[in-house]
Design a protein around this ligand. Sequence first.
Ligand SMILES: Cc1cc2nc3c(=O)[nH]c(=O)nc-3n(C[C@H](O)[C@H](O)[C@H](O)COP(=O)(O)OP(=O)(O)OC[C@H]3O[C@@H](n4cnc5c(N)ncnc54)[C@H](O)[C@@H]3O)c2cc1C
Length: 511
Amino acid sequence: MSLLDRRTVLIAGVAVTLAGCSDSKDAGSTASPTPSATAPSSTTPPPSTTVPTTTPSSTPSTSAPTLTSTAPNWNTFARSLTGRVYLPSTSGYAAAHQLFNPRWDSVRPTAVVKAANPADVQKAINFARTNKLVLVPKSGGHSYVGASTIANGLQLDIGALKGMSYANGVLTVGAGARLYDVHAFLDRYGRSLPTGTCPTVGVAGLTLGGGMGIHTRTYGLTCDRVVSMGVITADGKAHNVSATSESDLFAALRGSGGGNLGVVTSFQFATIPATKLGFFRLTWPESQAPAVVRGWQQFARSAPTTVWGNLHIDAASNGTLSIRVLGVSTTGDATAAAAQLEGFVGAKASARTLSVKSHLEAVKYLGGGTTSPRQGFLAGSDVLEGPMDSATILVLLGAVKAAARAGTPASAILDPLGGQAAKEPAGGSSWPWRGALGVIQWYSSAQGKSAQTFISNGHRAVGSASAGGYVNYVEAGRAVSSYYGGSAAKLQAAKKKYDPTNFFHTPYTLG
Ligand SMILES: Cc1cc2nc3c(=O)[nH]c(=O)nc-3n(C[C@H](O)[C@H](O)[C@H](O)COP(=O)(O)OP(=O)(O)OC[C@H]3O[C@@H](n4cnc5c(N)ncnc54)[C@H](O)[C@@H]3O)c2cc1C
């Protein structure tokens, strides 16, 4: 989805920019990667810290499973690392364990380990296994359900593994890199990568769950561009997986969501050209909303694969609906695409803007800048197998309208799939929605009951038109299997083979 659009809601006809999108601490400290680096490298954090010898205080309970710690020897462990260990009593712990969404601040891991290199990752996994601690990896920290933190467990932060190098069209990147940094680095070579739009989302979480964005229809999902990955499995073994090496794990990692099968430490991606992009932004009055949804569905099915456009149905604070499409043409000219959409809708837009942007201008435009602050929200999703019928469209619009009338900030954001994303990439994947029309995201910056009511109403509204959910928009209270569709059996087989003891285990993982 477009972060710009996600963060800009029309309130009583006035555009109001909401808080943005970054993990304030880590994002701000991202070092500029060097083009000449030869392999993913890490910045060197201070030497291993001496940690207090006191047993960590107990943490608030969450829905995460609890394994009993048998008095781990944190000092010995910390001394073995190049990176650092933070216990609740360590200075810096409060910032160290935070995720992007402040709603998870109250979840206090037994320890946060900031790995400095893949060897630290191996040591942390071995230490957690030996001490019967649940371990969750954290890259960008943007998990919708706080799956990259855990009470009574070990949070393994790999954010320092963010080195990058580029050669012959291939980007090698540490799994802790954030999206803006990846784009800024690739721009130096006239290259890009299909990703999402938020500048501070981690390349690891995004890629492992699929990765949708403006290039999805032209070049496929982020996971489709992966050539190989460095991954450390539950037994502490390092693997370099690709289409020709442990191809079952390679395919399983491409789309199953993070935290399931191992800790990825690096990626190699086949990059794409960083071309100029044509943008269009079309707005219609609420009275045209059913026609716009119908037209967008036709557009998602029939527009050229060089064209992408996502539909935003937002609850405005005056109780009305704001309806708009943000579109992109990867050929650089969006005029024909905008006209085609208007043709499908059967009505000219009431407002329109067209523009052409360079690669990095487009990245900043969509991301609302190069970084942004932490943000609270609640969200969920439904994958549309095909077009919704007119009755379903009216119920969907009714769900957003009900939120608008209740004064709940709410959006239904429809992202198209199709084009290259409909094709299974060489080497295979576990992304289960190749034939789908698109994904609806139900998003609210309110986080309490009103937001949950909106999301539940949204799920009910699309009901039988939904094939499942998008794992990168994972939500609480939903069966994990609903994210995997036809890939479930393949993923269970990979889980059994590569994590037979279910070491990587939270309420949101395969198991
Ligand atoms: C503001 C915002 C905008 C977004 N925009 C888009 C978008 O445009 N397109 C899109 O497709 N998605 C988008 N997303 C969803 C995003 O892709 C997912 O939330 C993704 O999982 C975040 O990855 P992360 O590394 O930042 O998060 P984290 O919370 O660090 O990780 C997410 C999951 O992956 C696991 N994980 C993290 N690192 C690793 C690793 N190295 N190895 C194995 N598992 C790991 C974690 O344990 C957790 O389960 C957006 C999310 C937010 C909050």
